[in-house]
Design a protein around this ligand. Structure first.
Ligand SMILES: Nc1nc2c(ncn2[C@@H]2O[C@H](COP(=O)(O)OP(=O)(O)OP(=O)(O)O)[C@@H](O)[C@H]2O)c(=O)[nH]1
Ligand SMILES: [Mg+2]
Length: 347
């Protein structure tokens, strides 16, 4: 589960503006003194931690960040304007490294925390600054200094926003594969998945959340039966639980299975019951319509979020993801989520 999201970007701060060489021109004053103003400072490139972000996905599109230059100084001692700083929002948990030396430069964790990725150049001093006893009319000014530039690597360790839990073989990995770029093994036998997989689910409008596919649970998992228990720790930090059951079984069986799985989870850790729970009734493509309606109706009495879906055909999946996203954002995005996959699929 230690999956990592990565991005490599180029940052360049603005160069400082040059100082100005200028002399006062006044009526009746044949030779005015020097009045060249200083150049402005170049804009810095600054990273700022934004708790509303949870992936480095935006950096796959925008890779070059260049802050504006400082303006040149002008006559009459007017200083050039400084370049505005370019602020780049990054998710909490972003680790910054120098791309060349691989040295760690910053560990950005706290909301609002800022770090200067590239420092703006200094403005050059105008000739008015160089007046001295021996030189009353200096004919030179400083150029501005260059803004810093470098390639930077960003890295984000991901924690899932949504934990996907259910008995073996119900289609958990199929759902993860359908909604994200993750490619867990899918097969028609129990315990295909032997360790958790994370996937970044992309929803319309650049929204993302991280879904964790947890290996199948059996009755007794909290006592060590099967293999589910050791992975339940991964769902402790998720915001929302998605319980998946096979809706093609008989309604009574579906209800009973769901209760077994839920009780395993809550026996493992009673606090988990406080998380919002969504029920996914999968494999509706091969289930009896009446049975689905019956189960959905029964479950609807106890659970506010019940979704008949087919992870195989995609029916109902977009609606389910929208609801999950809603609950995840209501309960605070879990910002450190993600995987190393470089391919991102839209829903
Ligand atoms: N008909 C149908 N088959 C599905 C659906 N979703 C998954 N399957 C099939 O069910 C089988 C199990 O799917 P997986 O995604 O591997 O199930 P899993 O829950 O991850 O299983 P474990 O990793 O063993 O716990 C595969 O053969 C899938 O093709 C569905 O919506 N409809
Ligand atoms: Mg699986």
């Amino acid at each position: 589960m230690n999956l990592v999201d990565q991005a490599k970007i180029f940052v360049k701060a603005g160069d400082g503006g040059p100082g100005c060489i200028s002399f006062r021109r006044e009526r009746y004053v044949p030779k005015g003194g020097p009045d060249g103003g200083d150049g402005g400072r170049g804009g810095c490139v600054i990273f700022r931690v934004d708790p509303g972000l949870n992936t480095l996905f935006p950096f796959r599109r925008a890779r070059r960040f260049i802050a504006p230059k400082g303006q040149a100084g002008r006559g009459k001692n007017r200083h050039g304007k400084s370049g505005t700083d370019l602020v780049i929002k990054v998710p909490p948990g972003t680790v910054v490294k120098d791309a060349e030396s691989k040295m760690m430069l910053a560990d950005l964790t706290d909301p609002g925390q800022e770090w200067i990725a590239a420092r703006g150049g200094l403005g050059g001093r105008g000739n008015a600054r160089f007046v001295s006893a021996t030189n009353q009319a200096p004919r030179y000014a400083q150029p501005g200094t260059k803004g810093q530039e470098r390639w930077i690597e960003l890295e984000l360790k991901l924690i899932a926003d949504v934990g996907l839990i259910g008995p073996p073989n119900v289609g958990k990995s199929t759902l993860l594969a359908r909604t994200s770029a993750a490619r867990p093994k899918i097969a028609d036998y129990p315990f295909t998945t032997l360790e958790p997989h994370l996937g970044v689910v992309r929803l319309p409008d650049e929204r993302t959340m991280v879904l964790a596919d947890i290996p199948g649970l059996l009755a007794g998992a909290h006592q060590g039966v099967g293999m589910g228990l050791e992975f339940l720790k991964h769902i402790e930090r998720t915001r929302v639980l998605l319980f998946m059951v096979d809706a093609s079984a008989k309604p009574d069986e579906v209800m009973a299975t769901l209760e077994i799985i839920r009780s395993e989870v809550f026996r493992y850790h009673e606090d988990l019951i406080k998380k919002p729970q969504v029920i996914g009734l999968n494999k509706t493509d091969m289930a009896d319509k009446k049975d689905i309606e019956k189960v959905a109706h029964l479950l609807g009495k106890h659970y506010p979020h019940v979704f008949p879906i087919s992870a195989l055909t995609g029916t109902g999946v977009a609606e389910l993801m929208e609801r999950l996203y809603c609950l995840v954002t209501e309960h605070g995005l879990n910002h450190r989520s993600i995987e190393a996959n470089s391919h991102w699929l839209p829903l």
